[in-house]
Design a protein around this ligand. Structure first.
Ligand code: TNX
Length: 472
């Protein structure tokens, strides 16, 4: 049963510590909330406290809340958010936005909150279907409400190349042109100015953009644009189907490395965040020897440009430079390579497909999505733990969790939202909330509150039968 009155703990992700003061409430206006949000965004707060109507935002080094933590106090006379860093104030305001939803009446008490993991990611595949700058920003606006702090953009694949690379214009002229994307339905690309726009918008919201250029496989769009990159120099045909594993850069060709170096230098220069994602997955048409030889030359490049490499976990077959991050994506419970990488001191992002892949169908009747990793109903996305999933991967080795959304079957923003909600909030809670603070029955009740909010905001979502959604 859903309670009738709002509770201080009715927040996703569940805060680390909630101390309600049930006799107390404080009513805020939507304007005060918006002013608090604007104050954090504008960076107006430096070291002094800022008063935004009835909401006080304060920087305080005294609180041991870390880079993203905050302390929120709601009394009968007002609201205070305190944090060591602006990011913490921002997440505190996101908590307030959730608590104030609807009537603006905030339940009294104190919340002390900080994330379990530094990396809480969502991935959007722009290659199989392109999404515009405005669409990416609007999606980001929905993600940050759940304290997601990394936006991974899958920028290239067999069906499309979505980022301008100076000196290699045909990548985007052809690879981003008409007829690209799955079924030819997703043309478009980001200029470097567009990319900078997305990166800046994300940074204002304390979100780090993680760009991915997938290599040495998943490169048909690049080979179409530049036949000199193919093994025999002969042109290859564009592909708009959803097959994987048939294309590869050529490990034994110097042209390959000139190309990769330009691409990664461009990406490093355009990306203020610390990570460059090099893909590395499903290289079924690259020999094991070529795969290792290719990565031996390419994995050190992010370091050369002051960045850390992330790769899908197949890269663990190569020697991983210090600082390399391995992103686990398979459904299996074991992976010898990831275990060895962790033993060598590398860190891991967990994205097991049977739990975190937002492109898996919810149930057999889901119109969109795939089912190769099984069906992923909401409870399946929620009820697991990243530190208990893969042999050898412990809490200390985890950078965090991420939920990828591959876009083979997507044709619109509504499609993106439908697969994202309500599963992304489940993964976001896994990334933020302490293990002991997570509980499916509690999540079920809390996520139900978002149904009316998503409807009011025109956000498409799956009315999962596992959830008692309030009747409209
Ligand atoms: C596997 S996950 C892929 C992608 C597909 C996805 C579809 C991964 C690293 N590679 O190329 O889009 O499955 O679910």
């Amino acid at each position: 049963m859903r309670p009738q009155t709002k509770r201080l703990g009715d927040v996703i992700p569940a805060p680390a510590l909630v101390v309600p003061e049930p006799a107390v409430t404080f009513a805020i206006t939507p304007e005060a909330l918006a002013r608090a949000g604007a104050a954090v965004l504008s960076g107006a707060l430096v070291d002094v406290s800022a008063d935004s109507g009835e909401i006080r935002l304060e920087r305080s080094d005294a609180d041991a809340l870390g880079a993203e933590g905050y302390r929120l106090e709601i009394t009968a006379t007002g609201v205070t958010v305190r944090a060591a860093e602006r990011a913490g104030l921002f997440w505190g305001v996101q908590t307030l936005v959730q608590l104030g939803a609807g009537d603006g009446v905030l339940p009294g008490g104190v919340i002390e909150d900080r994330p379990r993991f530094a990396y809480r990611g969502a991935m959007l595949d722009l290659a199989r279907h392109f999404f515009t700058v405005d669409e990416i920003k609007a999606h980001l606006d929905l993600l940050i409400q759940f304290k997601i702090n990394h936006l991974h953009l899958h920028l290239t694949d067999d069906q499309g190349w979505r980022l301008e690379i100076p000196g290699w214009p045909r990548l985007t002229e052809i690879g981003g042109g008409p007829g690209t994307g799955c079924d030819g339905e997703g043309p478009g690309f980001l200029t470097l100015a567009d990319y900078a726009d997305v990166v800046a918008y994300a940074a204002e919201r304390f979100v780090t953009v993680v760009p991915e250029i997938d290599m040495p496989g998943h490169v048909n769009a690049a080979l179409v644009a530049y036949p000199e990159l193919t093994a025999d120099g002969q042109p290859v045909a564009p592909r708009t189907d959803a097959e994987v594993g048939y294309s590869s850069l050529v490990a034994g060709k110097e042209e390959t490395y000139a190309f990769v170096e330009t691409v990664l230098k461009t990406l490093a220069d355009a990306t203020p965040g610390p990570y460059l994602h090099l893909g590395g997955d499903e290289c079924l048409s690259t020999t094991a020897e070529d795969y290792r030889a290719f990565l031996a030359r390419v994995l050190p490049l992010p370091g050369k440009y002051g960045k850390r490499a992330i790769g899908w976990h197949e890269i663990a077959a190569a020697d991983l430079p210090e600082g390399t991050v391995v992103q686990y994506w398979r459904p299996e419970e074991q992976d010898a390579g990831v275990g060895a990488a962790v033993a060598a001191g590398r860190s891991v992002i967990m994205s097991p497909a049977d739990r975190t892949y937002l492109d898996m169908k919810y149930d057999a009747g889901t119109r969109l999505g795939l089912d190769w990793a099984g069906l992923v109903p909401v409870r399946r996305a929620y009820d697991w733990d990243p530190a208990e999933r893969l042999a050898g991967v412990t809490e200390e080795s985890l950078l965090g969790v991420a939920a990828p959304l591959w876009s083979e079957t997507l044709r619109s923003v509504a499609d993106v939202q439908y697969l994202t909600f309500p599963r992304l909030p489940a993964v976001a809670e896994i990334g933020w909330t302490p293990r002991a603070g997570r509980d499916w029955e509690s999540f079920r009740e809390r996520v139900a509150l978002f149904g009316p909010r998503w409807e009011a905001a025109g956000v498409s979502y799956f009315r999962a039968p596992e959830i008692d959604w309030p009747s409209a």
